[in-house]
Design a binder for this molecule. Structure first.
Ligand code: SF4
Length: 338
């Protein structure tokens, strides 16, 4: 049985690699208790499995295993320039997980890692201490927790989001962003809302989801989840990112923005992020080798500072058309464009 029978990790893993020193952590125990039928393989270090050469991430994505590991320092990284910092003084990201239950064709993870297995780091207390120390150095700090994964989609296996939400009282200057394509309404409805915990929902036209976002919930399911988050009182960010400029999507995007703001109350949305497909050039080249038939990796792009992106004239014409529609509902100061 593939480990992801549905789009979210409610399924079980067939194989779980566990670092020798990771067994006794509560996170490991909780995950192993949910996977009693799995074959458990003891390992010395997660990199022995995860970084092995000659793996095929595209094939592995059909049968991913889980690796439970203890993360060494560092626990936080400076936010990259290709990501939006939403005006905070300090912007960091952190990874409880490496790799993602979903399989988006445009995702850079396939270029960054040689494996499609998921690594779950179990030493959450070390993360907590590091986040606390760093947040004390900044008046307003943003921490993105769902960049190299979709944390909410893993919630059925272990709820890192719930654990982190319990830390926030001790970290007054900190805002956390959980970016997701998940339709995990249970997480959202059962979590106490906090002005410091922002759910950022990635939304795309259904035609884009069908073409590029394998195993993810459809647009309507995501809209229902956004509504659930708003009803529960969570701060909500809408992410129209990445946007695709292919002519076949032109009309779909026009209808999409109208649909979104018909279905969702714009005045309740905290802010919006908008950006185009872009990727580090080394990752792009590696993925293009794995996905030789993907039109996405055959298209014409410009490369600036090692970032492959949509050509600037096209970016300008498409964004002005889209932003006009977004600004009709959300004031400019709440729309962050990258
Ligand atoms: S949801 Fe995000 S992290 Fe997961 S595969 Fe898609 S783009 Fe990558």
């Amino acid at each position: 049985m593939p480990s992801y029978p549905s789009s979210e990790t409610n399924g079980r893993y067939n194989v779980i690699y566990v670092e020798n020193h990771a067994f006794d952590y509560p996170v490991s125990q909780a995950i192993l208790a949910k996977n009693t039928g799995a074959t458990i393989i003891r390992i010395h270090n997660y990199k022995d499995v995860f970084n092995r050469s000659r793996q095929n991430p595209i094939y592995q994505k059909q049968h991913p295993s889980l690796i439970l590991a203890v993360k060494p320092e560092p626990f936080l990284y400076l936010g990259p320039d290709v990501c939006q910092n939403f005006g905070y003084d300090a912007f960091y990201y952190s990874n409880f997980l490496l790799n993602c239950p979903f399989d988006c064709e445009y995702c850079y993870l396939g270029g960054m890692y040689t494996s499609a297995h998921t690594v779950a780091f179990v030493n959450t207390e070390d993360f907590r201490k590091s986040i606390l120390d760093t947040s004390r150095k900044h008046e307003r700090m943003l921490l993105a927790l769902s960049y190299d994964t979709d944390l909410a989609a893993f919630d059925g296996m272990y709820s890192y989001t719930r654990e982190v939400s319990g830390w926030l009282n001790d970290m007054p200057g900190l805002s956390i962003e959980i970016r997701t394509k998940s339709a995990n309404t249970a997480l959202i409805q059962n979590l106490r809302p906090s002005s410091s915990l922002i759910f950022a929902f990635s939304l795309s036209p259904q035609s884009v989801i069908d073409r590029y976002e394998r195993h993810t919930p459809g647009l309507e399911a995501r809209i229902r989840t956004v509504k659930a988050a708003l009803s529960a009182g969570h701060p909500v960010r809408l992410c129209f990112d990445p946007v695709f400029t292919d002519d076949t999507f032109r009309e779909d995007y026009d209808l999409f923005f109208e649909h979104i703001f018909k279905r969702l109350p714009a005045d309740k949305i905290r802010d919006v992020s908008y950006g185009f497909f872009r990727m580090n050039d080394a990752f792009f080249k590696r993925i293009a080798r794995y996905r030789p038939n993907s039109l996405l990796y055959l298209d014409d792009y410009e490369i600036t500072d090692h970032v492959v992106g949509v050509q600037s004239d096209l970016r300008e014409s498409v964004s002005s058309r889209h932003l006009e529609k977004i600004y009709a509902h959300i004031p400019k100061e709440r729309v962050f464009v990258l």
